[in-house]
Design a protein around this ligand. Structure first.
Ligand SMILES: [Cu+2]
Length: 166
């Protein structure tokens, strides 16, 4: 009896974790002034893969907007803020965003199919479980270095959904 209750609780926790971008145990929040950078993460790369996308939520608790104007990291040649847009022909394209507004008392989600930090010219493979320092550059807050948690990426999430039958 007790064992089955534990199992039910574990299943409920697993289901709750799947609805968020990454498991809660990996989520980290970084603070700089009035900004909170929540759960920065990127997918592990394959050998030879040259680019990857970084995702997070940026929250602004302040009374004035701030702007993400760039990023840098030692493991890649170039980091850019991108937005994925779908054109009239249904083709997804990525456009560089010179400044991404983080509204006062608001937040912006960088997520698949939308805004992301594009990491180009990767100098090495990014391995699941490691933390990679990335410096985000804001107009007001300045340079903020956070750790991107490298996760299994979308393939891991698909496998989890297949196992759960969802
Ligand atoms: Cu991109």
């Amino acid at each position: 009896m007790k064992r089955s209750q534990t199992l039910v609780a574990a299943l409920a926790l697993a289901t709750a974790a799947m609805t968020t971008a990454i498991p809660a145990a990996q989520a980290q929040t970084f603070k700089a002034g009035s900004l909170e950078i929540i759960a920065p993460h990127a997918a592990a790369t394959r050998p030879g893969q040259m680019s990857d996308g970084g995702f997070m939520t940026i929250r602004n608790t302040g009374d004035a907007p701030d702007y993400l104007i760039g990023a840098k990291g030692a493991f890649a040649d170039t980091l850019q803020v991108h937005r994925t847009v779908v054109d009239a022909n249904g083709v997804a394209k990525m456009l560089p965003i010179p400044e991404l507004k983080i509204p006062a008392h608001g937040e912006v989600k960088l997520e698949h199919g939308s805004y992301h930090v594009m990491m180009m010219g990767l100098k090495r493979q990014l391995t699941k479980g490691e933390a990679v320092p990335v410096t985000l550059i804001f107009k007001t807050a300045g340079e903020v270095t956070v750790d991107f948690t490298i996760d299994g990426g979308i393939m891991d999430k698909m496998k989890m959904q297949m196992k759960s039958g969802g």
